[in-house]
Ligand binder design. Structure first.
Ligand SMILES: Cc1ncc(COP(=O)(O)O)c(C=O)c1O
Length: 447
């Protein structure tokens, strides 16, 4: 029997009377048939208030690299809570966490802590502008850098306002943003090295930084094409721009040295979020001593009452030690499990004639659902994704999966945690088989 969500529905109805739109982050409304209310989690398992059990690949939007409620982290937070929950002052823990990051990421010569990656993005942009005395930030279409005004330019643009391929428009998905914000950005299509070079040359001398998700995970799951990272590094060195790697999703998921270690490049600044705190509100700006200089001199203001909160630090220290202890086994193990899951989904898709093509490096991937008539082959960039991905059909399949207890991120991203095991993947595929059967039998393309 497909799951029933009556208790979640009742709570959501109640929530809408006290919480604006019933949720505390707009994206949570995407969960169909209703935003779910959870009772508890353990490792890769999650239980909602209706008693439904899920194998979780949503993982707190990717923050739970270590799975739900790992005992060691709970103990570390509990022990710290007894000593103090917040000081807005220094403690040795913050040095211990900073030293671990230095050890893990070669470009992280110095760090500063915040509570969310959105804040860190703002700090990185401010630093880059102060460092170079320039105004513009070059960013890629479809990349997400937090929900602040400056993080969303060129994200989720509707096709009607894309602009031509050579001059992607500076649009913003939110109302309430002044046009001057848009003027601070140059938008470039992802994964087109020649186009990137032309855009940099067009604005030469005006660009402070190039910012990117090394694997674009907020639109599909798009690894960088061969040569892209090297080109960004080369252009930044040539023109004195800072290279900012937004590793909010990829950080520690792709190994101790993050995506920059996995793909072999060295940025000037790195944005760390999600897995660095394992589900606590923790984030960090890491960078070379040269790139962080204006924070050292005090010319750039970076602040926050809850920065380096001891509860988050205790959690983070535990998380980083987990990654360090795995050594070379990480990310190889989660990659192997993810690839097995991708292969299983491909087999189910073929069996049920569903045009599903998982794409990504395994430890994280996106379930691309091709539109009728769309050509097969890897998706390359945001425009390609919007043109070929059948979002309505994916949403239908995602709901069937959810009703059988398999939970991926609403838009189609799946992450593997360090807590998933081979039997978990087998169980997920067994449940997915039922979901695919029901999807194939009930999906009706809109007329
Ligand atoms: C690449 C990237 N950057 C920045 C952010 C913002 O992170 P936060 O939600 O912690 O502010 C996110 C969040 O999903 C992200 O995926």
């Amino acid at each position: 029997m497909p799951y029933n969500f009556a208790q979640s529905q009742a709570l959501f109805t109640r929530a809408q009377r006290s919480i604006a739109a019933g949720v505390n982050s707009g994206i949570r409304k995407m969960e169909a048939p209703v935003p779910l209310y959870f009772a508890r989690g353990s490792g890769p398992h999650l239980w909602d208030v209706d008693g439904n059990h899920y194998l979780d690949f949503q993982l707190g939007q990717g923050a739970l690299l270590y799975g739900h409620a790992p005992a060691g982290m709970a103990e570390a937070i509990g022990a710290q809570a007894k000593l103090g929950t917040h000081w807005a002052a220094q403690c040795e823990l913050e040095i211990e966490v900073a030293e671990r990051i230095q050890k893990m990421i070669p470009s992280a010569e110095l760090v500063r802590f915040n509570n969310s990656a959105t804040e860190v993005v703002l700090a990185a942009f401010r630093l880059a502008r102060a460092h170079t005395g320039r105004k513009l930030i070059l960013r890629f279409e479809g990349h997400y850098h937090g929900w602040a005004d400056e993080g969303l330019v060129g994200f989720a643009n509707p096709a009607a306002s894309w602009g031509d391929d050579e001059n992607p428009a500076r649009t913003h998905p939110s109302k309430g943003v002044i046009s001057e914000v848009l003027d601070q950005f140059v938008v470039v299509r992802w994964n087109d090295v020649a186009h990137l070079r032309r855009r940099v040359d067009e604005y030469r001398g005006q660009i402070a930084a190039i910012v990117f998700e090394p694997v674009l995970c907020n639109t599909c799951c798009l690894e960088p094409v061969e040569g892209l990272m090297a080109t960004i590094r080369e252009l930044c060195d040539r023109d004195g721009m800072l290279m900012i790697s937004d590793e909010t999703i990829t950080g520690f998921r792709f190994g101790a040295a993050c995506a920059q270690g996995y793909y072999g490049y060295k940025p000037d600044l790195t944005i760390l979020g999600k897995a660095i705190g394992g589900g606590t509100p923790f984030a960090a700006l890491a960078g070379t001593r040269a790139a962080m200089a204006k924070i050292l001199s005090g010319e750039v203001i970076h602040a926050g009452t809850l920065n380096a909160n001891p509860l988050c630090l205790a959690a983070s220290k535990w998380c980083l030690d987990e990654v360090l202890a795995l050594g070379a086994a990480h990310p190889a193990r989660s990659q192997e499990l993810g690839r097995a899951l991708m292969a299983g989904l491909v087999a189910l898709a073929r069996e049920h004639a569903v045009p599903l093509h998982p794409q990504g490096p395994g430890l994280i991937f996106h379930a691309v659902m091709l539109k009728p008539g769309a050509v097969e082959g890897p998706i390359r960039d945001y425009r390609d994704y919007v043109r070929r991905h059948d979002a309505a059909r994916w949403t239908h399949l995602r709901r069937c999966l959810l009703e059988e207890g398999v939970r991926a991120i609403e838009r189609g991203l799946w992450s593997i945690s360090l807590a998933h095991t081979a039997p978990d993947i087998e169980e997920a595929l067994k449940r997915a088989a039922v979901a695919f059967r029901r999807h194939a039998a009930t999906w009706q393309a809109p007329a």
